[in-house]
Ligand binder design. Structure first.
Ligand SMILES: Cc1cc2nc3c(=O)[nH]c(=O)nc-3n(C[C@H](O)[C@H](O)[C@H](O)COP(=O)(O)OP(=O)(O)OC[C@H]3O[C@@H](n4cnc5c(N)ncnc54)[C@H](O)[C@@H]3O)c2cc1C
Length: 422
């Protein structure tokens, strides 16, 4: 039997922070990851940059160490708006490996939990399986950071009720060999009042970001170009639902696209395996439409090519696990303070919708705090939950799910366990 102080299930955004901090503070720590690298949505789903939230945030030790590590691989920049979270997804895999190796954290890649053994309100041990092995692991504490709450589901911890209307999924992709000078000059000419477009030079490289959606509630500088492409039959109306791009540190001439938003004829349940698979096929079709559109309509893309399609679909929300407290939209909007906060944030309630003009971004006038009870599973005394599965209602989760908050959740869970074992 392998014995640990802390076992983290899922080495993604929140899980890697929990594992790193647990091991750094001296806990005998194991992280179990079903893929072959760490980072989850940050690496596999190609999601960058870390959204800017409160500069006064707490539990940022992992985030700061991650930035320092990425700098060694030239995989991070600070963008012109002061955001330090512009990361290169590929180089993040290297940086995260190196960080966990340094703190002596054990990792099991290509491994999933197949069974769990409980006694009253305690998770005692788990059985994990990979192509190579099947083994039992005994641990004092567990963190479920699987994104979809797979571990808590297997343990039959209560789940929170999902709304009828879900947030859409996105399959991100990257395009390379763009003439960034030509493209950025053109962008700045089109977006004359700099509505959403920003361009800056960092370490001698051009970096930029812009966006356009099918919603009418904002003036999008690129809208007429998308409309023309639909008229010409180069894009479907669904392809225009959401378009957002970011340049990528350490990949000159490349952009990361936060699209296509996958639009089937009805809301897709991200937990329905058939629907999720159908969505992937559709998404890759949409990627091809968008790429051909870029090549034809955007100067600078003439010699570009698709360099990567994410190997994990981007899921904004699927399961939320019931904790000792359920955080609510009212908690966010009131900015209520707590004795043992996990994070301080000000990121808005950001709900993507399948429907035109249905997406909402509700700003908070005050900073909000998340209490530790939202990371403690309701059914077990030694099970923590971290990441987008946090114990929160649908609206509150839509604010908490950003990467910086997921880092803080993973870190806070590990520190709480450390305090309990000390
Ligand atoms: C399309 C999209 C765009 C976004 N854009 C931004 C953005 O620009 N900036 C921002 O800050 N946030 C953004 N977000 C939000 C943010 O990226 C995610 O909410 C966050 O990364 C989720 O972190 P997590 O740790 O909960 O899950 P993940 O990072 O997905 O980690 C879950 C991990 O668990 C592993 N796993 C799952 N099941 C098992 C199992 N049974 N056994 C072992 N391992 C398992 C997975 O392989 C994965 O590595 C975006 C989200 C999406 C979907």
């Amino acid at each position: 039997m392998n014995r640990y102080d802390l076992t983290v299930c899922g080495g993604g955004t929140a899980g890697v922070a929990a594992a790193y901090i647990g091991a750094k503070y001296g806990l005998k720590t194991l992280v179990i990851e079903k893929r072959i690298h760490l980072g989850g949505t940050m690496t596999s789903a190609l999601v960058m940059p870390v959204m800017k939230s409160n500069t006064q945030n707490i539990n940022c030790e992992f985030y700061n160490d991650f930035i320092d590590e990425l700098k060694k691989f030239n995989g991070q920049i600070t963008y012109c708006d002061g955001n330090r979270g512009w990361f290169n997804p590929e180089l993040s895999k290297l940086a995260l490996d190196s960080m966990l190796e340094r703190v002596n954290c054990d990792i099991l890649y290509n491994t999933e939990i197949v069974d769990a053994f409980t006694e009253d309100r305690l998770v005692k041990s788990i059985c994990v399986s990979s192509k190579m092995l099947s083994l039992y692991i005994d641990s004092l504490y567990f963190v479920d950071a699987t994104g979809d709450g797979n571990f808590s589901q297997a343990l039959k911890n209560n789940m929170l009720k999902n709304p009828k209307s879900r947030q859409p999924m996105t399959l991100r992709f990257q395009v390379s060999n763009i003439d960034m000078k030509t493209f950025s000059d053109w962008l700045l000419k089109i977006d004359t009042d700099r509505n959403v477009t920003t361009v800056c030079e960092v370490n001698g490289e051009i970096h930029l970001s812009t966006a356009c959606t099918w919603d009418n509630n904002k003036h999008w500088a690129l809208k007429s170009i998308f409309d023309e492409a639909v008229k010409n039959g180069d894009l479907t109306i669904s392809d225009t639902a959401y378009f957002q791009i970011f340049s990528i540190p350490g990949m000159p001439g490349s952009i990361s696209l936060n699209c296509p938003r996958i639009q089937l004829d009805k809301d897709i349940d991200p937990l329905d395996a058939f629907a999720r698979s159908k969505a992937l096929t559709l998404a890759r079709k949409q990627i091809w439409h968008l790429y051909c559109f870029l090549k034809k309509y955007f100067p600078g893309f003439e010699h570009s090519y698709i360099s990567n399609m994410a190997d994990m679909v981007g899921v904004r929300e699927s399961r939320r696990v019931e904790g000792q407290k359920i955080y609510t939209k009212e908690d966010i909007l009131s900015g209520k303070k707590y004795d043992n906060p996990v994070l301080h944030a000000d990121y808005p309630i950001d709900i993507h919708s399948y429907n035109k003009d249905g997406s909402t971004l509700q700003s908070t006038r005050v900073d909000y705090e998340l209490p530790m009870e939202c990371l403690k599973a309701s059914g077990f005394d030694n099970l923590y939950i971290a990441g987008r599965i946090v114990s929160a209602d649908f609206e509150a989760q839509a604010a908490l799910r950003i990467q910086s908050s997921c880092f803080s959740m993973g870190e806070a869970a590990a520190k709480d366990i450390y305090k309990r074992l000390r």
